[in-house]
Design a protein around this ligand. Structure first.
Ligand code: DHB
Ligand code: FE
Length: 282
């Protein structure tokens, strides 16, 4: 049986990807950002922690989807996904390889479980997906695991509620546990933490709110799932809503999750960088 063993969450700031691609990680500005990922980069190499498949919850930033088509939840079911051209050419990172049979199984299981996923067979993947892979796996020739992209709309109003995301995570867990192959599966949530890229409040960071969010991923997930959109907007800036994607990851871990590692650093580009690794205890 496939099983979810751990959850990982991380910011996906595009400048972090650029810092890696351009060899700037040892510069004073970037050093403390990357230092907090060293633990995870070692942890994920341990045989028992190596995922066969990562279900990577991310958002597209008007790269694959635009105002013509905005799926609330979309699952990538093709064999592979190319890094997107986000304006400076595609990042020179490996092509993302999927476990398509497993992705189709998850799509079927979730849809029959009354989560109406959009099935995507052609989708270039932007920094929302490639930066977390770079953060965890550094710069390999090929990504060391299969990746199922799961895109959530947090770009155009209305995004799904935190509760809906949390419950989607639970449906994903049911889907994984009904797949007969023996697979070590991780669920990753990306985006956040507090940041606002636009308007008079651009640059807003709320470290206190972010830290409490990190605390409650293990201590009180029930509180997190009930945070309304307006609180994300007011307290964490217009792009802080990306954190609802962390709740898909959290819902997929079941009732008990234990914190293994945490990293928080302000700022990287315009964002508060947050990162957490949670172990699945149930
Ligand atoms: C930044 C953060 C993001 O999550 C994003 O999608 C784009 C930019 C930033 O901090 O610059
Ligand atoms: Fe983003």
């Amino acid at each position: 049986m496939a099983r979810i063993t751990a959850g990982v969450a991380t910011s996906h700031v595009p400048a972090i990807g650029a810092a890696m691609d351009l060899g700037k990680t040892q510069e004073e500005y970037w050093k403390p950002v990357f230092k907090g990922y060293e633990w995870t980069r070692n942890w994920i190499l341990e045989p028992e922690n190596r995922p066969d498949v990562v279900i990577l919850v991310f958002n597209d930033h008007a790269t694959a989807f635009d105002m013509n088509l905005i799926p609330t939840f979309a699952i990538g079911c093709a064999d592979e996904f190319k890094p997107a051209d986000e304006g400076w050419g595609p990042r020179k990172v490996p092509i993302v390889k999927n476990d398509a049979d497993f992705a189709w199984h998850i799509a079927q299981s979730c849809i029959l479980d009354e989560f109406d996923m959009t099935i995507v067979n052609k989708m270039d993947v932007d920094h929302g997906l490639t930066v977390p892979l770079s953060l965890m796996f550094n710069q390999p020739q090929a990504w060391p695991c299969k990746v199922i992209p799961l895109a959530v709309n947090v770009v155009t109003y209305p995004p799904p509620t935190g509760n809906r995301c949390y419950n989607l995570g639970k449906a994903i867990r049911r889907a994984v546990e009904s797949y007969p192959e023996d697979l070590n599966v991780q669920v990753w949530g990306t985006g956040g933490m507090s940041h606002q890229l636009q308007g008079p409040r651009a640059g807003l960071i709320n470290a206190e709110w972010d830290q409490r969010f990190l605390d409650d991923l293990s201590a009180d997930a029930e509180r997190l799932k009930n945070i309304p959109h307006i609180e994300y907007l007011r307290e964490t800036g217009s792009e802080g809503i990306e954190m609802v994607m962390w709740l898909v990851m959290r819902g997929a871990l079941g009732d008990n999750a234990a914190e293994l590692h945490r990293h928080y650093h302000v700022p990287a580009s315009n964002s508060a960088v947050g990162h957490i690794v949670l172990k699945c205890n149930s």
